[in-house]
Ligand binder design. Structure first.
Ligand code: UD1
Length: 419
């Protein structure tokens, strides 16, 4: 098993760059199934989830290629509508394929998806949306078998699910007739998907608001597109800079996508400077507790930054309350942070974090991607050595995080553990 060995206690300083966001790239890869012409996505980091999605595309008959950070997908020859169980189970985002495959072939056969252990993560909203577009869906023995010719509809999402909104958008662009999604998710990645689809000839309006209108019947053509930069990777680097009392500039981080995080970093006493091409964080004193940090759909505080921010708050002066409202089981990092000397009490979805003067290195393990990033933040700020196990989960969303952190002066190495 691979692990990180981190010697902490040194301020991070310098410049890093944000690249294409995992959560933007994955739906765009799925959407490329809708097109018979090649798609080129530029600036895509080499992430485990992206590699898996490419394998899934290939299993359907698409051709894919990577040249540096650019990906090309040719779905013209795709002919398969059955998604292999082994790949679907490895990642939650395989569910994105349902809408595009169904739209393209009139059929899709799929296994319930896997992913991080952060909650039940049902897919009822995805299926509800596709049913509203006319899909007949049968669920049996862990398989989901969909068929039908899709036609536009008015859909109300019971909850603004990011993935379900994206799935319905992708299914609706080539359906006959128009679709309106009410209570749609408003995340920047939704806007990015709409921009990509529109670049390919679709007519999607309202993305970024609660109502998205999709004119169906689009004839899509290939394109070259630069996905949105990763607000979560960028945010993680800013939080690491702040937690280590450092000075970090993240080029291409987009402040407009990160207001909730930047507000909390300011509340914690960090100096934040927003430039047209990036964001800088500076911290030299002790951090301050924040009164309440509650995760919520965009533009609320992102659940994907909750763990990293909790790691930072363990060192703040005073008591912070962290509430996780998006996923029901996303506090696994609290116990690991406690092993490093943090004072955290968790009750259900609420954590009370009493700031301590110092964390100390420890052997810890991660159960999900963002929790792993949080443990890196804590280990970089802690005194002594930490070993973080199970880092393949971190690789799902970070392209060699150790290289980025080393370039900022962090003492971090990827090591092989023998047990
Ligand atoms: C996406 C992101 C993930 C992020 C999350 C919330 C990608 C690839 N992943 O995940 O990093 O943490 O948004 O910002 O973009 N739900 C249902 N039924 C459904 C779908 C979702 O009950 O059919 C629930 C989920 O269990 C969860 C909540 O809705 O409690 C939010 O999930 P959703 O917005 O769908 O997140 P994902 O698209 O899975």
């Amino acid at each position: 098993m691979e692990a990180y060995s981190i010697f902490g206690g040194k301020p991070l300083s310098g410049e890093a760059s944000a690249f294409g966001a995992k959560n933007a790239v994955l739906p765009l890869l799925a959407a490329s199934v809708l097109l018979k012409e090649p798609v080129r996505l530029t600036g895509c980091p080499d992430l485990a989830d992206v590699r898996n999605m490419l394998k899934l595309l290939e299993s359907l008959g698409c051709r894919t290629a990577r040249e540096g950070m650019d990906l090309t997908i040719e779905a013209g020859g795709a002919q398969e509508h059955v998604m292999p169980e082994s790949l679907s189970k490895q990642m939650r985002s395989s569910i994105f394929m349902l809408g595009p495959v169904l739209s393209r072939f009139g059929r899709a056969d799929f296994t319930y998806p896997g992913g991080c252990e952060i909650g039940l993560r049902p897919i009822d909203l995805h299926l509800q949306g596709l049913r509203a577009l006319g899909a007949q869906i049968e669920e049996k023995h862990g398989h989901i078998i969909c068929q039908g010719k899709l036609r536009g509809a008015a859909i109300h999402m019971d909850y603004p699910s990011v993935g379900a909104t994206e799935n319905v958008m992708m299914a609706a662009v080539c359906a006959s007739g128009d679709t309106v999604i009410h209570n749609a998710a408003r995340e920047p990645e939704i806007v990015d998907l709409a921009n990509f689809l529109n670049t390919c000839g679709a007519k999607v309006r309202g993305a970024g608001t609660g109502t998205i209108i999709i004119q169906g019947g689009a004839k899509l053509h290939g394109c070259s597109y630069a996905p949105l930069t990763d607000r979560i990777c960028a945010g993680t680097l800013l939080v690491a800079g702040a937690a280590t009392k450092g000075d970090v500039y993240v080029r291409d981080a987009r402040a407009q996508d990160m207001q909730a995080l930047l507000a909390k970093l300011k509340e914690a006493g960090c100096g934040i400077t927003v430039y047209s091409e990036g964001i800088r964080v500076r911290m030299s004193r002790r951090l301050k507790a924040v009164r309440r940090l509650e995760t919520a759909p965009f533009p609320g505080f992102p659940t994907d930054m909750q763990a990293q921010m909790m790691a930072l708050l363990t060192l703040a002066k005073g008591t912070s309350v962290v509430a996780e409202n998006v996923f029901e089981n996303r506090m696994s990092h609290a116990a690991e942070l406690t092993r490093m000397g943090a004072d955290i009490q968790v009750s259900g979805r609420i954590a009370v974090v009493r700031g301590v003067e110092m964390l100390t290195g420890a052997r810890v393990t991660t159960r999900d991607l963002r929790a792993g990033a949080a443990l890196c933040v804590a280990a970089l700020a802690a005194q002594g050595e930490s070993v973080i196990e199970n880092i393949s989960l971190i690789d799902r969303g970070h392209d060699h995080l150790e290289r980025t952190l080393s370039a900022l002066g962090g003492q971090i190495k990827r090591i092989e553990l023998n047990e």
